[in-house]
Structure formats: C-alpha cells, structure tokens
Design a protein around this ligand. Structure first.
Ligand code: HEC
Ligand code: HEC
Length: 295
C-alpha cells in the first residue's frame, strides 16, 4: 500500500493518532534507555552524597573511602541492590552497621540495578584512591555558631533576605517555632526539631548541600544554597531545636475568623459608602426645595 493510500484511508486525524501511539510506545523505551545510560557520577551526586562522603568523614551513613578494601565486592553489590532486604534478612555486617549508624536503614534507591551498582563501586574505588575526591563533601566551616549566624539564618528562613541563588524562602513551605503571624507553609515538615532529627550540624549541612528528596531536590537543584547560607541556617535550626513545634490549629481558626471579620467589615464599609452616595444626591435636592419654599 502506498503512503498516499494509507493516509487516504486513515485521514489526517488517523495519522496523528498513529504518531501519538508511536510516541507513547517510546516512553518506557526511552526511560529504560536513560536508566541504562545512567552516569554513575551524576547518580552518586543525586542519590548518595546527601548521606555519604568519600574521604570527608561520616554523615548519616559511613564515609565510603576504601569501602572496597574493608568489604567483599560481592557483599557491597548485594547491599547496594537491596540494603533494606539485607538488614531485614539479618545479614551480620549490615545489621551491625545499622546499629552503629543510629539505626538509619539505608534506603533502596530507585533506578538501582546490577550494572549501575558495579559502576558505582568502581567509582567509589577510583575516588578513594584520589588525594581529594570530588565527593569529600562541601567544606562547611566548623567554627562555633555566632549570634550573627543565627540572625542571618533567621532572615534567610523568613525570606527577609534573599538567597544568593534566588531559591524560594524556606517559610513558603516550612513552619518553625517562633515564626510570626500564621506561621509558615505546610507543604514541607515543621523544621523546629530538624537539627536533632537529621543528626546535628554536619549531617544537616550535608543534607542541605544536595537535598535528595522529592520536592527539595528539584526546587534547589539549580539554586543551591551557599556554604555561608547553610552555616547560618544550621545555626538558626540549632537555636530553635529546644523549642516546642507550634500548634497551628489555633492559627487556622484565627485565620478563618479574621477572614470573617474582614468580610463583615467590608460589607459595612460598602453599605456606608452606598448611603453616603444617596445622601450626596438627596441633600442638594432637599436644600434646593427648602430654598424655593422659603422664597
Ligand atoms: C538516607 C541515607 C543514605 C543514602 C541516600 C545512601 N546511603 Fe549508603 N548507607 C547509609 C547508612 C545509614 C549505612 C549504614 C548501614 C545502614 O544503617 O543501613 C549505609 C551503608 C552503605 C554502604 C556500606 C558501607 C560500609 O562501611 O560497609 C555502602 C557501600 C553504601 N551505603 C553505599 C551507598 C550508595 C552507593 C548510595 C547511593 C546509591 C547510598 N549508599 C545511599 C545511608 C545512606
Ligand atoms: C517548595 C517548597 C519548599 C521550600 C521552598 C523549602 N522546602 Fe524544605 N522541604 C519541602 C518538602 C515537601 C520536604 C519533605 C521532603 C520532600 O518531599 O522533599 C522538605 C524537607 C526539608 C528538610 C528535611 C526535613 C526532615 O525532617 O527530613 C529540610 C532540612 C528542609 N526541607 C530544609 C529547607 C530549607 C532550609 C529551606 C529554605 C532554604 C527549604 N527547606 C525550603 C518543601 C520545601
């Protein structure tokens, strides 16, 4: 059948549908292709460096420098493919590690497969041999926090001062103890206790260097926080950590009431303006009549 006959038979709409179907079929194929072609460096940045450095010390997870020297390659491979399964299965090394790392279970990372795991192990081995790995972690100063740090952190959190890379202010999505007015947004968790929750200054800082979660990652990927901003925010969170997270149920009722009061106020205001409007027309008429009567 010639192309023309085919298009005649299907009509232009038919061709469009055919093309759409073709494109749809390609989606899983392309997605699979992307996973196969996954660059281990990019993958490590996105999925591992929020918990691991290579030669920069422990974060939430152990420093991975020379891990290939202290473990069998096969063990690492199995662990990367299914850390949770290994721990649940009672693997001695894995359960011991977990106990040493605050009982945080390393998550099963989406997109992981054998080929990629092999590449990641090669990458870790190669980076371990370097004087300074690119995954040694962002060096955030360890000097003691100052009042100025806490104040800068507060201003950044509330959006009183712009983030250097122009990311959105934290308060848009997060609440915290002491936040003014009706508090912050609720898309993200309350951050009052986040300093302790993430394990203190270093893991919190590492987390903020490259957030790896569903919302934080895309929002800050191209607008990373600077080292100074992270230090300041960490100081701010440390200061808030002792306080009780706000109960915003009251605030929500207050918000509703305020809305109601505003609405009623506006009604009265319009009503009054309306009355004045009439009076404004009527008064001169009456005055005029009076003056003619008087005459
Ligand atoms: C949420 C934090 C987290 C993420 C993300 C994470 N890990 Fe882990 N990792 C851990 C923890 C915690 C341990 C210690 C074992 C445990 O508690 O599960 C660990 C253990 C390991 C170990 C064994 C270390 C040793 O000393 O034997 C390797 C290897 C490892 N992770 C590699 C990776 C790689 C590669 C990625 C990225 C694909 C990754 N991890 C992502 C937290 C994490
Ligand atoms: C667009 C909304 C949004 C903005 C803006 C935002 N966050 Fe988040 N954040 C989230 C969400 C949602 C989560 C929960 C994890 C996820 O889905 O990413 C989160 C999680 C976190 C966590 C981990 C909390 C935990 O308990 O594990 C930290 C820390 C954090 N954000 C810090 C910040 C800081 C600091 C800023 C400002 C520089 C900020 N976030 C700005 C939405 C946001």
């Amino acid at each position: 059948m010639s192309g023309r006959a085919l298009s005649g038979r299907l009509g232009t709409g038919g061709i469009g549908r055919l093309a759409a179907w073709g494109a749809l079929w390609m989606v899983p194929w392309l997605a699979a292709g992307r996973l196969w072609a996954q660059d281990p460096v990019e993958f490590f940045k996105k999925n591992c460096q929020s918990c691991h450095t290579i030669g920069g010390g422990d974060l939430t997870g152990p420093d991975l420098k020379d891990v290939t020297k202290r473990r069998e390659r096969d063990w690492i491979l199995r662990f990367l493919l299914d850390p949770k399964g290994m721990i649940d299965g009672g693997d001695a090394i894995a359960t011991d590690l977990m106990a040493r790392y605050k009982n945080v279970v390393m998550p099963n990372v989406p997109g992981m497969n054998r080929d990629l795991a092999e590449k990641l192990i090669d990458l870790i081995e190669k980076e371990s041999a370097l004087e300074k790995s690119q995954f040694a972690g962002v060096q955030i100063s360890t000097r003691p926090f100052t009042a100025a740090d806490r104040e800068l952190g507060r201003r950044l959190f509330y959006g009183l001062q712009r983030l250097e890379a122009r990311g959105p202010a934290c308060i848009t999505c997060h609440d915290v103890a002491g936040a003014p007015g009706f508090g912050g947004g609720h898309l993200g968790p309350d951050l009052t206790q986040v300093y302790a929750r993430l394990g203190g200054r270093k893991p919190l800082s590492a987390w903020l260097v490259s957030p790896s979660t569903a919302v934080m990652q895309p929002v800050f990927k191209d607008k990373p926080l600077t080292a100074d901003e992270i230090l300041a925010l960490a100081a701010f969170f440390e200061q808030r950590a002792g306080q009780t997270p706000p109960h915003r149920a009251g605030a929500r009722v207050a918000f509703l009431l305020l809305g109601l009061v505003l609405a009623i106020g506006l009604m009265f205001a319009f009503d009054t303006i309306w009355k004045f409007r009439f009076r404004g027309v009527r008064r001169p008429l009456i005055d005029k009549r009076r003056s003619t009567q008087a005459a």
